[in-house]
Write a protein that binds this ligand. Structure first.
Ligand code: PAF
Length: 285
């Protein structure tokens, strides 16, 4: 297998993309923080279906981690990731150092109000400003036709959709379905933090959300469906539940109490601690 070319500077990235543009080729960007799994490779495949060339970026973005979070421990394996990307048919890897992305004196932060504020916006203050800033920079550096993000980070996806519209970035943001293990657990780089015993229990999160979707579709009240899903997770020995809520699928405003209106697209979203891992998942209602 031919190794994937790696560029580490914005100038190198822009030069490679300019060569493709000179040939009239369409470009897709797949931003990641590395530790790639099948979910990331599915984003690459979607990029390949929508563009002639796919660039993946690997950048563990320090500004989206709070001081107490797992920045130092975040799994890193650039050589392994590069091999996986090459195998998936990705054309270029952009793997900049922190100093290439955040230059001395950097003073601009992108904040997206509204959709950034509830859920992870409350539990992880500053997280979405870090995400929005780095994604705005990556989109501006690569200027792709399309960029692909996973629905697993559903609130992040909605934040990015909003910023791409608000900043007139001229890029189509594509949301990719969550990749799951056979037992339903959403794939995540952070699943490596689960012990074998916790890994056995982890799929109950997806099962609880799927059951809640079923009862909501059958006309259950939002607060009843949320409460029984939460109770199931507590009974299964999960730890802190940061949130488990049914929200509007676009702006993530609160829905309920009472049954859902069939006119309004809804999403159920959850973030739950299990051992050292903070699991997030969501499903369309
Ligand atoms: O989802 C991720 O991996 C990151 O939040 C992203 C979008 C690459 C920004 O750092």
């Amino acid at each position: 297998m031919t190794p994937i070319p790696i560029v580490r500077t914005v100038a190198g990235l822009r030069a490679a993309i300019a060569d493709w543009r000179a040939l009239g080729l369409r470009v897709a960007l797949v931003p990641t923080m590395g530790a790639l799994h099948e979910g990331h490779l599915s984003l690459v495949r979607i990029g390949l279906s929508r563009a002639d060339r796919v660039v993946a970026s690997i950048f563990v973005n320090p500004t989206q981690f709070a001081p107490h979070e797992d920045l130092a421990a975040y799994p890193r394996d650039e050589a392994g990731d590069a091999a996986k990307l090459a195998g998936a048919g990705c054309h270029l890897l952009f793997a900049p150092a922190v100093s290439e992305i955040y230059r001395p004196g950097a003073a601009t932060v992108v904040t997206v109000s509204g959709v950034s504020e509830p859920l992870d916006g409350e539990v992880r203050p500053g997280h979405f400003a870090g995400v929005a800033t780095v994604v705005a920079k990556l989109l501006n550096q690569a200027r792709p036709d399309v960029a692909v993000f996973g629905e697993k980070d559903y609130q992040q996806l909605q934040v990015i959709r909003r910023l791409a519209i608000d900043l007139d970035l001229g890029v189509e943001i594509i949301g990719a379905p969550t990749a799951r293990a056979d037992d339903g657990l959403a794939l995540s780089s952070r699943n490596v933090y689960l012990s074998a015993e916790e890994r056995g229990r982890a799929p109950q999160l997806a099962a609880a959300l799927a059951d809640a979707v079923g009862v909501l579709r059958a006309g259950a009240r939002v607060e009843t469906a949320e409460a029984s899903a939460r109770a199931r997770l507590i009974a299964a020995g999960f730890g802190r539940i940061d949130y488990l809520e049914v929200r509007d699928a676009v702006d993530l405003s609160r829905l309920g109490p009472g049954p859902l209106s069939p006119e309004r697209a809804a999403r159920i979203l959850a973030a739950v601690q299990l051992g050292r891992a903070r699991l997030i998942d969501n499903m369309a209602v």
